[in-house]
Design a protein around this ligand. Structure first.
Ligand code: NAD
Length: 372
């Protein structure tokens, strides 16, 4: 049997739910014009022209199915510079006051929101009310309640909401998920996720609770949370967590420096994770089952991702993550493709429910039950 189809069929039986298999097609299979009468290229407006938008914009130059068609920024000079560089006409450039007018612009299908975390909620809702699809960067909001409001607003407006989970399209990651879902590691017992880096400039928005919503957990620890879910293939039912802070000047009240957290899954598997803004070289996933193991290190950086299992090195090619992601998202938005691991708003809400519970566990010192 076709191994990808086999993989997708197995996934339906796991905790990662995907829609009807009859509508499932690999994101990189060729698109036939009859499938996509509106056009086969996703026209993307980038909102928030900062560091990550620059990476997405460069990566999109190699996309086959997505192109930059609009720009939204509060800085006129950036709109000019990016507009010239990426050939975006003035009529498709907006600022934060004018971008609701995008509803009258037939050149734009989707707005990719890459602003600081606290802004995603209102901006995505405005995009939805303008009748455009939205992609929100992670974390999609500051808490699960806000994230759910975004899902509801997009649903009411009849538009799609995706979250920028680029690892969900990364070939070595997908191979580990395939192996796990086909039982090659046996019953999963344990996951370890270590996600961190040493943060620089003390004045950046990532260290401002109002804009970031927290600290390392919101920004980098979310990779260990999300990774635990797709590596184990289940949703956690409880968390415990402990916070340590060595620098109370840099990491103010509400901005976590380091959090260790543990999760339990319905099968009995457990996860042990570390999220930090105070250590470098911390980007590693380890999955242990009764019959084998998988290790990814680095596991979520921009790559190349490296990994091995009990069967040997993972040899899938490195392709720029954001190129893969945007081509795949074109398939999801334009053609209704279902990715092997979901990237929709509901997926983002789940991570935020876990984040809410981890912060609650740090504050109370008590185990938090989860219902995801
Ligand atoms: P950044 O500071 O480099 O860029 C943020 C942009 O938002 C800037 O252009 C800034 O001018 C603009 N902005 C608009 N309103 C603002 C306001 N009120 N305050 C501050 N800036 C404002 O940040 P970044 O690293 O590009 O991160 C942006 C988002 O992307 C975050 O949500 C982050 O978590 C996410 N991100 C995701 C990845 C990934 O791999 N998926 C990587 C990096 C960042």
């Amino acid at each position: 049997m076709n191994s990808r189809r086999d993989f997708l069929q197995k996934l339906t039986a796991s905790a990662i739910a995907i829609p009807l298999l009859s509508s499932v097609r690999a994101w990189n299979e060729p698109i036939h014009s009859a499938d996509n009468p509106q056009g086969s290229v996703l026209r993307v407006a980038l909102m928030g022209l900062g560091g990550y938008a620059s990476i997405v914009a460069e990566a999109m130059q190699k996309c086959k199915r997505a192109k930059i068609s609009g720009l939204i920024s509060g800085t006129p000079a950036k709109l000019n510079e990016w507009g010239t560089k990426y050939n975006v006409p003035e009529k498709n450039r907006y600022n934060y006051e004018t971008f609701d007018d995008i509803k009258n612009n037939p050149d734009i299908d989707v707005v990719y929101v890459t602003t600081p975390n606290a802004l995603h909620h209102d901006q995505v809702i405005r995009v939805a009310r303008a009748g455009k699809h939205a992609i929100s960067e992670k974390p999609m909001a500051l808490n699960a309640k806000d994230a759910q409001e975004m899902v509801d607003a997009c649903s009411e407006a009849g538009v799609k909401l995706l979250v920028g989970y680029r690892m969900h399209f990364e070939p070595k990651t997908l191979e580990v998920i395939r192996m796990r879902s086909e039982g090659e590691f046996g019953k999963i017992m344990f996951f370890q996720g270590q996600s961190g880096f040493r943060i620089g400039d003390p004045n950046q928005w990532r260290l401002n609770k109002a804009l970031a919503g927290g600290g390392s957990l919101m920004d980098i620890g979310i990779y260990a949370i999300n990774g635990a879910r797709y590596m184990v293939g289940e949703e956690p039912i409880w968390v415990t967590a402990q916070e340590t802070k060595t620098d109370t000047v840099k990491f103010k009240e509400g901005v976590d420096e380091t959090i260790q957290f543990q999760m339990g899954f319905p099968s009995g598997a457990v996860a042990s994770c570390l999220s930090t803004y105070n250590m470098n070289y911390l980007d590693r996933f380890y999955l242990n089952g009764e019959k084998g193991f998988a290790e990814l290190q680095p596991s979520t950086g921009y790559g190349p991702i490296k990994g091995r299992t009990n069967k040997g090195e993972l040899t899938q090619p490195h392709i720029t993550h954001q190129t893969l992601q945007m081509d795949a998202m074109a398939g999801i938005i334009l053609d209704g493709h279902a990715p092997a691991v979901p990237v929709d708003g509901a997926e983002g809400v789940k991570d935020l429910k876990i984040i809410d519970a981890i912060y609650a566990a740090c504050a109370s010192g008590k185990r938090q039950e989860l219902n995801i």
